[in-house]
Design a protein around this ligand. Structure first.
Ligand code: KG4
Ligand code: ZN
Length: 326
């Protein structure tokens, strides 16, 4: 069964093809260069760019797999959450394509897509497990009680983890997106030189907080600390903060399997720190951590197998909590 998956929730146009649950093609048209000079995503520009590239990207994806559009048996697209103008481009395109082909359409929650991306290489994993989605827009910790049954146990009180990387990178004079830039600069730095505290240290609960860190980064720069040392310490405290929260959640729920997904899951310092928590860790394969279309097709493949639906009537939603699947 060929499934086409589309994600246009933010600034990347993602189109992927999954056959019988296996990723065959995953194409992402990045808008990084378009938004770089603004230091963040400009929603109107993102929507326009999605509109311009989506049809060609779908054609290329089908060509890569050597199939025709008529070979598709299901079309899936991100319903939300995300930038509504951007979401609507891929969602409406996907619906139109499914309708024209007379095939079912599946609406996918963006965070559920991220979770299935990390399961791509671990087909034997079964709930319950914990899932941390750490990206530019989200820092959410879920307890996945059963397939399609999610309980949000912790989230950020302010900025998302990726957002903290992006904003701090900007302060440090680095490019966008900031995560990979900080990771590179941190390799030349000495974290022990900068007195930057771990957020919410000593507190109970499962909340994250990252906005104080960017103020601390600005202050450390004013005090004359070297950018590489600040980058190294920043990354270290982000990792320590995340590990403290997930460790508490693992103890509280009695669940020792943790799936880590979203762009920030690519960070090597975070991965290394997580290895110290004594948990069984699941990371997405390369290319599936950041936003993409294949993860949307994967989620559709799994949800459709359990509960076949045609969701042409569901509207897109900028705000969309993830709880029990509809
Ligand atoms: O999942 P994603 O592609 O998009 C959202 O849904 O937001 O995540 C993008 C975010 C950006 O904030 C980026 O700076 C961050 O993930 N990121 C990283 C790394 N690679 C990407 N953060 C830390 N370390 C990285 N290596
Ligand atoms: Zn995402």
């Amino acid at each position: 069964m060929w499934i086409l998956g589309i994600d246009t929730s933010c600034d990347d146009t993602g189109v992927g093809l999954v056959r019988d649950g296996v990723v065959v093609v995953n194409r992402v048209a990045s808008q990084t260069l378009l938004h770089q000079r603004y230091g963040g995503v400009v929603p109107e520009l993102a929507s326009r760019e999605h509109t311009q590239v989506i049809d060609g990207l779908v054609q290329q994806t089908l060509n890569d797999a050597g199939i025709e559009v008529s070979d598709l048996e299901l079309v899936a697209a991100t319903r939300g959450p995300g930038l509504i103008g951007a979401l609507l481009v891929g969602y409406t395109y996907g619906k139109g394509l499914a309708f024209a082909l007379g095939k079912p359409f599946v609406a996918v929650h963006h965070l559920e897509g991220h979770i299935y991306a990390a399961l791509a290489e671990h087909p034997a994993v079964r709930p319950p497990f914990l899932a941390l989605v750490a990206s530019g827009g989200h820092t959410h910790l879920f307890e996945v009680k059963d397939w399609g049954d999610y309980r949000l146990i912790g989230a950020t009180l302010d900025d998302a983890a990726g957002e903290a990387f992006d904003k701090s990178a900007r302060l440090l004079g680095l490019g966008y997106p900031g995560g990979p830039e900080i990771e590179k600069l941190a390799l030349q730095g000495d974290a022990s030189k900068v007195p930057l505290g771990v957020p919410l240290q000593g507190q109970e609960g499962f909340s994250f907080s990252f906005s104080g860190l960017k103020t601390a980064v600005a202050r450390a720069l004013e005090k004359g600390f070297a950018p590489a040392d600040i980058a190294a310490r920043f990354q270290q405290v982000v990792a320590q903060h995340i590990v403290q929260v997930v460790f508490r959640a693992a103890r509280y729920t009695g669940i020792s399997t943790l799936l880590v997904t979203g762009g920030v899951a690519q960070n090597a310092a975070l991965k290394a720190e997580l290895q110290t928590a004594g948990l069984r860790l699941l990371f997405p394969p390369r290319g599936l951590a950041t936003d993409n279309g294949a993860m949307i097709a994967l989620a559709a493949w799994h949800t459709q197998a359990r509960n076949p639906q045609n969701q042409l009537a569901l509207p897109a939603a900028a705000y969309l909590p993830l709880s029990r699947a509809p």
